[in-house]
Write a protein that binds this ligand. Structure first.
Ligand code: NAP
Length: 461
């Protein structure tokens, strides 16, 4: 894939970039390593001061960087501004909490005595340069949720961003530079996916994190496995959204629309499969479909737009193929399903029902504004349909029955269960998946400790 900014709203190529030469990549790896040697000794206070400065700069840049994101990947510009604000918040959260999250721990005195020690400490030390392979769908947020904890822990970052968001990638490098981080703390490598293996095998790179599709995750994890390097994988999702009879159906249907079409439906944690109890199925389906039909699809630079274009022509083709496959297999289209002609990679909000296990959309991730509705007889069937997916990122359940909540929390195979609401990440809560949605966690204390060398310091009596 060429490294280029191509506007998804009209297909126009705005700027292309040459990939880094091998020599330049080597120079950047050397800089990362030498910077790490000194940066690792900096204090939490110093790192926090720099990260807060970066957050302030990002706040100042919000309008401009939001327009860059919208131009590169088509998200409605208001959502782009919200993404920038969320990044600044996460940076401040890690600036405020990293010292406490990574403070030395003293094990139980009885265990210390039992080991023959006078004192034992568990210390969180940084690993070194970490490679981050990132996707375009939240081009700032995906990077910041890696970079803020990694930098606070004393690691340095190497970003290989998706090839269609080079300007956002370069903006991020510039942001950390302007904030005062030493050169080499955060570098953007403009390289294609084919060059990732070489960088990952380099002994100076100590670990990798990838957010993206399952094939990309498998590829990076197998190279890292071969090199015995730690990885965190945040991959795809096809999150269930379960609605039970006791739910507030109006609120559930209204929230369902946002949960499905946020970021034009191109979100790993978007609700994608709507699993509804038969007693409330018709009421929910009607309100949800009305909500999907009422969305404004159009120019993502306009404030009133709810749904912009998909990020690429290929992305739209993939989505359309899932819908065609379902319709040919007998699914019913409640709205959308036919793409409008004209420039830009738009696809209308679409609701499908009558989806069966044989259809691709049942097993694969619909990365765009396409929802599937399932009618279920009871809670057991709801859980069975929800878990009948290779993915296990997050899940949403709507019920006012506490016993049902307990059952869902116990049985749903996912890294999150959001009750009477939609999945949304927050810097203080762990984020990540089960099954083919990946492993490891981002955000919270769990996220910052993923790339630490957890060291036992033992003192003899
Ligand atoms: P993608 O095609 O997998 O690309 C993600 C990143 O991986 C890009 O930087 C890409 O580079 C690189 N890449 C692709 N193939 C690679 C390979 N074989 N070796 C090394 N690097 C490779 O995914 P995407 O289309 O950008 O993003 C959409 C996917 O990300 C969806 O499945 C979505 O659910 C998932 N996602 C997951 C989360 C989460 O937290 N779980 C969050 C957001 C998105 P190029 O651009 O140069 O190909």
């Amino acid at each position: 894939m060429p490294i280029a900014t191509v506007n998804p709203a009209n297909g126009e190529t705005i700027k292309t970039y040459d990939a880094l030469s091998e020599e330049e990549t080597e120079r950047r790896l050397a800089t990362a390593e030498s910077t790490f040697r000194t940066y690792r000794t900096s204090s939490f206070d110093e790192r926090a001061r720099l990260l807060r400065r970066a957050a302030d700069l990002l706040d100042e840049d919000t309008d401009a960087v939001a327009r860059v994101m919208t131009t590169e990947m088509g998200k409605p510009v208001g959502q782009a501004r919200a993404e920038a604000a969320k990044c600044a918040k996460a940076m401040r959260w890690y600036a405020d909490h990293a010292a406490e999250l990574l403070a030395d721990e003293e094990p139980d005195e009885s265990d210390v005595k039992d080991s023959g020690a006078s004192r034992v400490l568990v210390r969180y030390r940084p690993l070194g340069p970490v490679l981050a392979v990132m996707p375009w769908n939240f081009p700032l947020w995906q990077v910041i949720r890696f970079a803020a904890p990694a930098l606070m822990a004393g690691n340095v970052g190497l970003l290989k961003h998706a090839s269609n968001v080079p300007q956002t990638a370069l903006y991020l490098e510039d942001l950390f530079h302007r904030a005062g981080f030493p050169e080499g703390c955060f570098q953007t490598l403009l390289i294609g996916s084919g060059a990732v293996e070489g960088v990952l095998r380099d002994p100076r790179v100590r670990a990798a994190t990838l957010t993206g599709s399952e094939p990309a995750g498998r590829s990076v994890a197998s190279v890292a496995g071969d090199e015995v390097k730690k990885t965190v994988l945040e991959l795809g999702g096809s999150d269930p959204y379960i609605v039970m009879p006791s739910a507030d159906i109006d609120r559930a249907a209204k929230t369902a629309v946002t949960a499905r079409v946020q970021n034009t439906g191109q979100s790993c944690i978007a609700a994608k499969r709507f699993i509804v109890h038969t007693d409330v199925f018709d009421a929910f389906a009607e309100r949800f479909t009305e909500g999907m039909k009422a969305l404004k699809v159009g120019d993502p630079m306009k404030e009133e737009t709810d749904v912009g274009p998909l990020s690429s022509k290929q992305g739209r083709r993939d989505l359309e193929e899932l819908v065609v496959d379902a319709v040919e297999g007998g699914a019913t289209v409640l709205c959308g399903g036919v793409r409008a002609e004209g420039p830009g990679w738009y696809y209308p909000p679409t609701v499908l029902t009558g989806v069966t296990r044989e259809m691709r959309v049942h097993r694969e991730e619909a990365f765009g504004p396409v929802a599937t509705l399932y009618r279920v007889a009871d809670l057991d069937e709801a859980v069975a349909v929800a878990n009948d997916s290779p993915f296990g990122l997050s899940s949403n359940v709507w019920t006012r029955d506490a016993t049902e909540v307990d059952r869902f929390v116990r049985d749903l195979e996912a890294g999150g269960v959001y009750v009477n609401g939609m999945t949304a990440s927050h810097p203080a809560f762990p984020f990540g998946g089960a099954k083919r949605s990946g492993y490891g966690r981002e955000l919270s204390g769990h996220g910052i400790r993923e790339f630490c060398n957890i060291t036992t310091v033992w003192h003899g009596a």
